[in-house]
Design a protein around this ligand. Structure first.
Ligand code: GRF
Length: 209
């Protein structure tokens, strides 16, 4: 088997999607190896899980930098130091500098809790409720400089119920986030390697489950 792709995960908080990626990468036939977890916040809960798994962690605060550009240069240096080949954003709440986003085009994925291009940005679940949609979901997409706008890699849908609050909808969507992120990363790496075998698996992730 060919060498595993070296993946760094960027978080800002809880890190539940990060956990699913770390768990998936433990499988011997999974095509990614998680080589580091970066947070822009020292209090991100996900850091403890990563450390307990023996994964390298790094924290750099934007407060120590006077510009977005210089912060992203420090982040980039850390990623290069780890030998990063692919970045997975998982609840990472910082906007990148244009230079950083441009450099990693085609090598950076994000997960967003809506069916993009609907409801980009913040307060995503409330946006869906306010719009009155009957279906929402989650999207894993490539990252480009424009926020939440890169091409989708994989999406999964869930129903929106009349009784939903932002919290209940978020919980339903988070479950499918945890299913699609490991699968999307696998599929993305295999497609890049011209191995299309993962494509068929996508069909199993359609609502209703
Ligand atoms: C997820 O809903 C993700 O889609 C969004 O931020 C949340 C992060 O949750 N970008 P977690 O930190 O992965 O638990």
């Amino acid at each position: 088997m060919s060498a595993k792709t070296k993946v760094a995960i960027l978080i800002s908080g809880r890190g539940s999607n990060m956990r699913t990626l770390i768990q998936a990468a433990k499988q011997t036939d999974y095509p990614a190896e998680i080589i580091g977890v970066f947070s822009n916040r020292a209090d991100a809960a996900g850091l403890e899980f990563a450390k307990a798994e023996g994964i390298a962690t790094a924290v750099i605060s934007q407060k120590d930098f006077d510009s977005r550009e210089s912060f992203c240069e420090a982040l980039d240096a850390q990623l290069e130091d780890w030998g990063t080949e692919l970045i997975c954003l998982a609840g990472y709440m910082r906007i990148h500098s244009d230079a950083f986003a441009q450099k990693w085009i085609g090598k950076m994925l994000n997960i967003h809790p809506s069916l993009l291009p609907s409801f980009p940005g913040l307060h995503v679940h409330q946006q869906a409720l306010d719009a009155g949609v009957k279906i929402s979901g989650a999207t894993v997409h490539e990252v480009i400089p424009e926020l939440d706008a890169g091409p989708p890699v994989l999406q999964a849908a869930v129903p929106v119920l009349d009784s939903d609050t932002a919290e209940t909808l978020a919980a339903r969507i988070l479950k499918v986030e945890h299913q699609i992120y490991p699968l999307a990363l696998k599929q993305y790496i295999e497609k890049r390697g011209n191995n299309d075998t993962a494509a068929a698996e996508q069909a199993s992730l359609i609502w209703p489950q």
